[in-house]
Design a protein around this ligand. Structure first.
Ligand code: IMP
Ligand code: MG
Length: 182
């Protein structure tokens, strides 16, 4: 029996469990550690969804590094809205810094496509992107992903920081929308 959960009347089924996530995050952390040894990178965590991934990823990188936060919004419930708003802007001076953007998921790619090109204007020394989940069938805007956790199907997911209208961010595993006819 699958452990189904419900949020705001919708049902979700397990997709990726916490052990699998932890192993993948540790591997990405190690890769970043090797690539950035003395570069003193600045992780830029995209709020709100990436806060859990960022917390684990940073602790998997045993090098000198910093973290800052930015809040972007293009989603309302389960529908991407089109325009991107930077609600909470970048507070650090990024010029000449090695930036690693940390995001929970790439769906259409709209959010990051716009944000990454805005970031370039701030003249960092380098920009990389670490994303936990990617929906390859949903991508409409090109995004260069340097560190990727998992490719997933084009279904709405929650857990490990990702929410459905505010709920489910605290779940240890990732769940996907459950449809009975499968
Ligand atoms: P995009 O601009 O369409 O790539 O959407 C990216 C943002 O929408 C992500 O940063 C998430 O916050 C949110 N998002 C996209 N897909 C999902 C999902 O399946 N579950 C929860 N949030 C999602
Ligand atoms: Mg997000």
């Amino acid at each position: 029996m699958k452990k189904l959960i419900t949020a705001h009347g919708l049902t979700f089924e397990p997709l990726i469990d916490s052990t699998e996530i932890a192993a993948r995050v540790a591997a990405i952390g190690h890769e970043i550690q090797e690539a950035y040894q003395t570069k003193h990178p600045l992780f830029l965590c995209v709020l709100n969804g990436a806060f859990v991934f960022a917390a684990d990823l940073l602790r998997a990188c045993e090098i000198a590094c910093e973290v800052s936060f930015v809040r972007l919004a293009s989603y309302d419930g389960m529908a991407s809205k089109g325009e991107i708003k930077t609600v909470l802007g970048v507070d650090a001076d990024l010029k000449g810094r090695h930036i690693i953007v940390v995001e929970d998921i790439v769906d259409s790619g709209r959010t990051l496509h716009h944000f990454m090109s805005d970031l370039k204007k701030l003249e960092p020394a380098s920009i990389a992107l670490a994303v936990l989940l990617v929906k390859p069938d949903a991508i409409e805007f090109p995004v260069q992903i340097d560190y990727k956790g998992f490719d997933i199907a084009n279904k709405f997911v929650v857990g490990y920081g990702l929410d459905y209208d505010g709920l489910c961010r605290n779940l240890k595993d990732v769940y996907q929308l459950y449809t009975e006819d499968e």
